[in-house]
Design a protein around this ligand. Structure first.
Ligand code: OGA
Ligand code: MN
Length: 373
């Protein structure tokens, strides 16, 4: 038995990694027939529809953040994954655009932190949107080297800024969390049975068509009883959800634009990854035609604002080939504080992952989150 475990570590071929590599493979492409598609609404022995409390959030409060009435949401549990909730696109027609615009135009701005800050001066990473818009690559040119800052954006952190090296948050590195994103998260958490959620940290991931996100557990938050919310916009993704061990075979599912996941309970600490982005022209077209929803039916009076034609044209072009993922986390429990003495540099606190795993992942990801093949 011990020998087996050692050979798994040596080759890095645990059950999760095997499935990850399978879905990441380009040639030949994998068989996608086992990937769960919640939007197809088929109840199987694994997919269990779940009724959320429609009275937990008023229709008016939901609309203010761009969400449909909770009674209209389609939510699911997954057999064997306690606390995992998948909600297929609960957004009102047209409101996804606002959140995409926030992710591309607003959230990359200072004082938020992004991958470009790791090797560029604050002056150079100011006004990413304004500097990029006139020079965005033409979509018809095909695969070219990303020239603009917006095309080179890989991650943004909000609130308590995640430290990718120490894998910790700290009181000393924090900026105000965007109010509207807190409100969106608060309403969703409330609808899912987690009243009083406080959005304290956000990690936004920007994926190109050939990007992937390595196998990991989100355990840096100090209170794991609080849910983690994950939003998907633009191109679709294959998401793998495993268990507490790398040997647990993960379940593959699609995340389409507007879909959201709530990771709570036991599944809050399950391994997961995004091995592949999958093109969904149909979904993006749906988003584009959603633009009309603004003119006809939108009531306003809300956190979600109308997106200008010019901004929308840029966002539409971006998500035509890319995916944006927002994860929102509450870091501290009620009344909780960061430990008095922060971990010494180079001595991050103990992690579930073993050293070898960690080294491999670091090398591969160059300390950034997203890998591009
Ligand atoms: C993360 C994460 C998943 C995704 O940022 O921690 O797991 O769907 N993201 O991009
Ligand atoms: Mn994660």
């Amino acid at each position: 038995m011990a020998k087996m475990a050692a050979s798994v570590v040596e080759t890095g071929e645990d059950a999760f990694r095997k499935i990850f590599k399978l879905y990441k493979r380009r040639n030949p492409p994998p068989d996608f027939s086992d990937v769960i598609d919640f939007s197809e609404c088929v109840t199987t022995d694994k997919v269990v529809p779940v009724k959320l409390d429609p009275a937990a959030v008023s229709d008016g409060d939901a609309a203010k953040v761009g969400l449909r009435p909770v009674k209209d949401w389609k939510a699911f549990n997954l057999q064997g994954y306690p606390g995992f909730i998948f909600i297929t696109n609960p957004f009102l027609r047209g409101s996804q655009l606002f959140w995409v615009r926030q992710c591309l135009k607003t959230y990359p701005q200072k004082p938020n932190v992004c991958n470009l800050d790791m090797h560029m001066s604050p002056i150079d990473t100011q006004d990413i949107w304004d500097k990029s818009v006139p020079n965005l690559s033409s979509p018809s040119v095909g695969k070219t080297e990303p020239r603009t800052l917006l095309e080179r954006l890989r991650w943004v952190t909000l609130g308590y800024h995640y430290n990718w090296n120490s894998k910790t948050y700290s009181a000393s590195h924090s900026t105000p969390f965007p109010t509207e994103l807190h409100l969106l998260s608060y309403q969703i958490a409330t609808a899912c049975g987690f009243p009083g959620f406080i959005a304290e940290a956000g990690i936004l991931n920007y994926y190109k068509s050939d990007s992937s996100l390595g196998i990991h557990v989100d355990e840096s938050e100090l209170d794991h009883s609080r849910p983690l919310l994950s939003f998907s916009f633009g191109q679709s993704a294959i998401f793998l959800l495993g268990g507490t061990h790398r040997q647990d075979t993960p379940t593959a599912m699609y995340m389409h634009s507007g879909d959201l996941m709530v990771m709570s309970g036991q599944s809050r600490l399950f391994y997961h990854a995004v091995p592949r982005i999958v093109p969904t022209h149909q979904k993006v077209e749906a988003l584009e035609s959603d633009r009309c929803g603004w003119h006809s039916g939108w009531q306003g009076g809300a956190v979600v604002e109308r997106v200008s034609e010019e901004d929308w044209a840029v966002c539409a072009r971006y998500i035509h080939s890319s995916r944006i993922n927002m994860t929102v986390r509450q870091v501290l429990g009620q009344g909780q504080n960061f430990p008095e003495t922060p971990p010494r540099p180079g001595h991050p606190e103990e992690r579930q992952e073993d050293d070898e795993d960690r080294m491999k992942r670091r090398r591969k990801s160059d300390s950034f989150n997203i890998n591009n093949t």
